[in-house]
Structures are given as structure tokens and as C-alpha cells.
Design a protein around this ligand. Sequence first.
Ligand code: SAH
Ligand code: SF4
Ligand code: F3S
Length: 468
Amino acid sequence: MKEDKLVSQEEILLQKEYMQKVKSRKGDGTQYAFVDTYGCQQNEADSEILRGMLIEMGYTLTKSEEEADVIVINTCAVREHAEMRVLGNVGQLVHTKDKKPNQIIAICGCMVQQGHMVEKIKKSYHHVNLVFGTHALYRFPELLFRVMTGKKRVFELIDSDGRIFEDMPVYRENSTKAWVSIMYGCNNFCSYCIVPYVRGRERSRRPEMIISEITKLIENGARDVTLLGQNVNSYGKDLDENIDFAELLERINAIPGEFKIRFMTSHPKDATERLFKTMAKCEKVAHHIHLPFQSGSNRILKLMNRGYTREKYAELIKCARTYMPDISFTSDVIVGFPGESNEDFDETISLVEDIGFDALFTFIYSKRKGTPAAEMEDPTTREEKGQRFDRLLKVQSKIAEKYAEELLGKTVRVLIENDEGGDVYNLVARTDTNRPIRLTGCSELVGKFVNAKIEVCSKWSMEGRIVD
Ligand code: SAH
Ligand code: SF4
Ligand code: F3S
């Protein structure tokens, strides 16, 4: 990686100084901070850094907007619905701020990496004190200090390809499961997607930083590590050393201890036989892959700029199953991309039937300002798109029911993630293939791998009994 992509040690130290400045300015009394997150796991991971910084600055975390002295809303821009939810909730904060006039309200993340959104907040949301885009995340302490000491609202929007920062505090609520970002940004520019515009270009963390973070996590009790990136399997392409995602998996697999390795999201264009071979070989890597196909129609895939065909996708699935017969697949689908015809949509349905996904995340196309698809003709009505969407859900639901029937009575190895309390089915565990299952047992079992017999199984949930 070129040095200029890494935030320098001096810049990090400066932010650490600001953390201390905020801490002393704030005084000794307990003050609360609330971080609310929208969007993908990568945003969740960013929020864990925001929380880590807030704790370092002397705040106590809360989940109550009324109690909070500082509220940070980490936003998503991927669909209009996500943005509407954020704006709706930010609007409501007028009332909490009325009762607590010194409350600081900050908005960060993908939504406010767009100029038109920053303008909107400037004009119509006067109770918001601080707005900063994705590229300014590591500068949160400095920006917060500026809000505390100045009289003006602070808006920080930098246009950048993005950089990487290391060595910032992270607060993880659950010590068993950990998200670890291994790369940021996206170079793919799928024609419907806003992510490359708000997250910058692909950049990978150095392998030794990733290995040392995961080693520490495992030493501290983590048993399930999910590697994150918008395009996780293109890891390493921008680094000056010879390493790809498969090699990184091998190195992580070699870290001592019993734990699971997961990753998301993979792009079909970068999924290779080598990756599947490595997954099969590395005993800690879960046999599950989230591999979004988006559409089953080659015409639409081309318009989407996805870089593969339906045939290539089916081949990949077949190849993965050759190496790992028990592998499970999940995927994302967009319904109603501009110009999608009934015939195109039939192709999506047939692909879903052919492959047999464990679960699907289905989205109705949402127009994103500044993307090429926003300029395409979109004659299909909302109602028609809704009908297609329902049809897809029904097809997938049948498949999920079939899988559920097959699982009933089987014994599977699971990791117990959490004790949610209660007399029965208090434990939440997860199968290798990333499905949640509820079990009964004591809280000492959290963080342990056990064998569980599946006794109740529907397409939504599973319940079972610990058998060892
Ligand atoms: N990088 C990942 C996913 C990023 S966004 C990937 O390429 O797979 C998560 C999902 O949101 C996408 O897979 C896609 O299905 C959906 N999505 C992205 N942009 C969208 C849009 N404009 N309208 C509807 N769904 C969208
Ligand atoms: Fe968006 Fe495509 Fe990049 Fe995924 S690969 S983040 S869908 S542009
Ligand atoms: Fe949303 Fe940004 Fe993730 S747009 S999906 S939070 S990368």
C-alpha cells in the first residue's frame, strides 16, 4: 500500500490529544453518549470505533436518546428508505434537544458523504451540531472538540479516494463475536449503487495489522470473527506485497485457538476456484458464502455493470459445492432495476430455483442520485415491482421450508453467542452455515462450541437441544 493511503502516526496522535481535551473540558460528572447505526456491518464496525473514541473521551454509553449528552447517528445511503428513516429520526430529536438544550447531535457516515444531503441538513435540521462524512471518521474527536468550544455548527465533507487509519480505540459489546474490517471502499461502480461514491476506492489493511488484531481478539475470548469489506474477496489487489484474499484466510486460519472465520461481502467477479479450495482446506473457515447475484438476466446484469453472467455465477456455485458439499449460500437481489421486463424477472426466479439459497436479501430498486442507473428509463410501475417482489418472496419461502425440513433431527456444531435470559431457549447460538438456533443451558456456555440436535425448525427459526 502506498504510504499516503495510511493516516500518519502524527495525525492519529493529534486525535488522541483531542480525546484528552474533550475529556478534560467535559469535567468529572457522568455524561452519556449514544451511537445509533444504520446500514451494513461495515457501518456497525465503524460505530464500534466511534464508541471506543467516546469511552476514551470519558463518556458512558447509553441507548437512550433522552439521556444522551452526545448523540452520533451513523447513516446509510444505499436506498432511499434508509435515508428517509435517518431523516425521520433526526427530525424527532428536536424534542429531546428541547428538553436538553446542551445536547450535541452529530450525523456521520455514508448519507452525509453526499453534498446534497449535507445541504439539506444545514438548511432544514438546525438542531444538528455536527455533520461529517465517511472520510472524516478518524477525526471525530477533533470535530467534537470544535463543536464544544465554538459557537458554530460544524460541517466536514471532504472529497477523497479514502485512506486507512489504524490504532484507534474500539468498543465491542459482545466479546464472543467480532467484526473486523479488512478493506474499505469499492471500485466496481455497479450502475445502481452509491457505495463507491460515498466510501471511496478499494484499499486494503496491511495483513500484519489484521493478524495482530485478530490474535488479540481470540486471546480475549472472541470465537467468531467476520472479515468485512464491500468487496472482501478483492482484498490485497492494492497492496504492494503479493497477497490475495485466499492467502489472508490461510494466515488467519493459522492463528492458534478454536474459532470461526466468516467474511462478507464477496463479489462473484472476484470469487475463484482458489478461494473455494482454500475455504475447504482451512478448518476454521465457515462453509458459507454471501454471494450477491442481483439479477438472473444477462441483459440486466450487463446494464448493472456486474461483470459476470448468470452462467458464470451458476458455475461458481457448482465449483464451490464440489469442494464443500455442505456449503450454504445467501445472496442479494434487486427487483425492478430500470427496464427490467417480465422475462428478465422470470430469469431471476429461475436462478433462485436452480441454486437454492439458504436466505435471500431482496430489495426493490431505489434510484440513487449521481449513479448511471438514475438516468435510465424506468417504465415499470411501483405496483408491478411490488408484485414481482412478492412472487420472489414466495419462491424463496418454499425453498427455505424445504431446507428446514431437511435440517430437522440433524445434529450440528454451533457456537453459543449470547444468553438472553429466561428458563428455556435462553441461549442464542449460530451454525457453521450462519443460521441462528436457540438452546437451553447456563450462561457459562457462552463462547463455547457445542453439538446441538435440531428439534424445531421452521424457515424463520430453529430450536434444539445440546447433546454434548
Ligand atoms: N458490496 C456488496 C453490497 C453492497 S450494498 C455487493 O456488491 O454485493 C448491499 C445490497 O444492497 C446490494 O447487494 C444490492 O442488492 C442492494 N442495493 C445496492 N444499491 C441498491 C439500490 N440502488 N437499490 C436497491 N438495492 C440496492
Ligand atoms: Fe455497490 Fe457493486 Fe460495489 Fe457492491 S460491488 S458496493 S453493489 S458498486
Ligand atoms: Fe449503507 Fe454505506 Fe454500508 S451506504 S450499505 S452503510 S457502505
